[in-house]
Design a protein around this ligand. Structure first.
Ligand code: ARG
Length: 589
């Protein structure tokens, strides 16, 4: 469906033209004075300069032309030259009926040119527990992906595991000290390695921090870990077998964690998957004359004349020939292009890595790893802070594990739900989990991604205000009215959304009508916060309408049925929005 705003603009543009003024002056916008009107057009103010007359002369003429137009309830020309527009109620009702008839997309058209978009998010590091720093990438990435899918693009999410580098050597070194008898350390062994991993996830998570701690104090230990990393990266069989155990154990644990967050990835590739592409990539960079040796290291210049600050060269190989985080990211681009040929790659990563990605993107472009038209986008997010304004920590000041954070919010939510009314423990816990996820995700997504935000448990879990639970509460409220209605009767023949009978009903209908345009913008700007802002407005409009309207007591059968149809549509729009944000609503709460 065409957006309401465009339909309105068309009429206004037509009126400008009919009166001999240029089309460009006829664009309508949402009103910034909702107390006066719903839409407005300020074009007469600008047109007055060109046509050398008073603005209201123009706005008067336009208002006169639009007076009989059935799309409008009123068109007022207001001095000095504004056009205030209100949409016709029957027209609006018809628009919503058409939305309602579109069972899948609520009148939001699929994009005309679907793209293949890869989205790099999550980015957990193998064997290290997920911490809150990884939460934002997962939440934002998942939502951006779902918005893209809804708009009809092919979205491919890749978790891009941090599974390459010193942490692997550290684990191997520690394991070797603890269990030197393991066959993986037997140089002369050439048989098959066991299928069972030699550790559990619990052990693995303890091994890594222990090893990392030791390496900071003990130079020889660190040396050994570096050596082990080197050997692993150069194909030592036993270590490769260990790596695949580490990966398997870690990945199944990560999957469980992400599942709890309703986050899922199309691809579970890691940094290690890029390694086979490095040698040929490096050779080509050298052969093409892009890469050169500087102070022993192999680098590619990426600075540009227009840079305001210095952008250092992108380092490809260290002087000892070892590859780096950069090298891996560049080689990852190689396989992504080869296997998927995406139109766009979006990276959802901490904004502190922005300069780094500037280097990587420029290097990829300069060396021809991507086609000129392939877009590389950095979607950097800010830090999640505690109430003290410092990065979120445990009460003891340690790094907060994601699992712990989630379970403490679940607890808090359960307490609130059990306080509100009596529920069976099992049902209460289940509901608490669903609501808690909305609290966490909405708390994050309602902020513009690039900004830091304060993770305020009390505020996020509140049933009032701009929160996930408030949105869910609104949906649950609608569900319960619908249920009550259905228990008493069924919709009569010919039931449909009717022209608004009150201001609050019209306001709700206007919000619903904004859905398609809002989704388009949220996609274009990779901005889940726009979806949040929208459903907050929509939920407010609904609750206002609900408080002013006697739905169940309405005596006119068709009018009541009209309300029910409107409620159903409201619910569908809200549910579609929370589903792209990545959470669900419970039946009751
Ligand atoms: N593993 C990295 C970290 O924990 C994030 C990875 C981001 N993605 C990428 N392609 N570099 O910081």
């Amino acid at each position: 469906m065409e957006k309401i705003l465009d339909l309105i603009s068309k009429e206004v543009v037509g009126a400008f033209e009919a009166n001999g003024y240029q089309q460009k002056y006829g664009r309508a916008t949402l009103s910034n004075r909702p107390d006066l009107c719903e839409y407005q057009c300020n074009g007469a103010m600008a047109a007055a300069k060109e046509y050398k007359c008073a603005p209201f002369v123009i706005s008067d003429k336009i208002a006169e032309s639009l007076k009989e137009n059935p799309m409008f309830e009123s068109v007022d020309s207001v001095k000095p030259g504004f056009l205030n527009l209100k949409i016709n109620r029957e027209y609006l009702a018809e628009y919503l009926r058409e939305m309602d008839a579109d069972k899948e997309r609520l009148g939001c058209e699929k994009c005309k040119n679907p793209k293949t978009i890869m989205i790099d998010y999550g980015g957990p590091n193998v064997a290290k527990p997920l911490h809150v720093g990884h939460l934002r990438s997962a939440i934002i990435g998942e939502s951006v992906k779902r918005i893209g899918k809804f708009m009809g693009h092919e979205m491919i999410g890749d978790v891009h595991l941090g599974d390459w580098g010193l942490q692997m050597g550290l684990i191997i070194t520690e394991l070797k000290q603890r269990k030197p008898e393991l066959v993986y350390f037997d140089e002369s062994y050439d048989g098959e390695y066991p299928a069972e991993p030699p550790f559990t996830i619990g052990e693995l998570e303890e091994i890594y921090p222990t090893a990392s701690g030791k390496s900071k104090e003990d130079e020889a230990y660190k040396e050994a870990a570096m050596q082990a990393t080197y050997e692993l990266q150069h194909g030592k069989r036993g270590y490769e077998a260990l790596l695949s155990h580490i990966l398997n154990v870690s990945v199944s644990d990560l999957k469980r964690n992400y599942e709890d967050l309703k986050v899922s990835f199309e691809l579970w590739k890691g940094e290690s998957d890029a390694q086979p592409y490095i040698p040929a990539m490096v050779e080509k960079m050298k052969a093409d004359g892009h890469a050169y040796i500087s102070e022993g290291a192999l680098v590619v210049d990426v600075k540009q004349e227009t840079d305001a600050k210095e952008i250092p060269p992108c380092m490809i190989l260290k002087s000892d020939g070892a590859s780096l985080y950069n090298t891996t990211d560049l080689a990852t681009i190689v396989w992504r292009m080869k296997d998927y040929d995406p139109d766009e790659i979006i990276y959802v990563v901490d904004k502190r890595q922005e300069l780094y990605f500037t280097q990587v993107f420029r290097c990829a472009r300069k060396t021809g790893l991507v086609k000129p038209e392939t877009e590389l986008k950095f979607l950097g997010f800010g830090t999640m802070n505690g109430k003290d304004g410092k990065p979120f920590k445990t009460r003891e000041g340690g790094v907060m594990r994601l699992e712990y954070l989630v379970s403490s919010i679940n607890e808090e939510m359960y307490r609130k739900i059990a306080d509100n009314h009596t529920v069976e423990e099992e049902e209460g816990r289940k509901t608490a989990k669903v609501v808690a996820l909305s609290a966490i995700k909405y708390g994050d997504l309602s902020n513009q991604a690039s900004k830091d935000y304060i993770f305020d448990v009390e505020r996020f879990t509140s049933f009032e205000g701009n929160t996930g639970p408030y949105i869910l509460y609104t949906i649950v409220r609608i569900k319960s009215i619908l249920k009550k209605y259905q228990e008493e009767k069924s919709l009569p023949q010919g039931a449909q959304i009717l022209a608004a009978r009150s201001q609050s009903e019209k306001a709700l209908m206007l919000e619903i009508g904004r859905f398609n345009g809002m989704m388009e913008t949220a996609f274009e700007e990779s901005a889940p916060h726009k979806v949040c802002a929208y459903i907050y407005d929509l939920a407010n409009a609904f609750n206002h309408f609900y408080h002013e309207t006697k739905i169940m007591a309405e005596e006119d059968e068709m009018a009541q049925a009209g309300y029910i149809c409107l409620l159903k549509l409201t619910k569908r729009v809200l549910e579609t929005c929370i589903s792209v944000l990545g959470f669900d609503a419970p039946e009751r709460m």
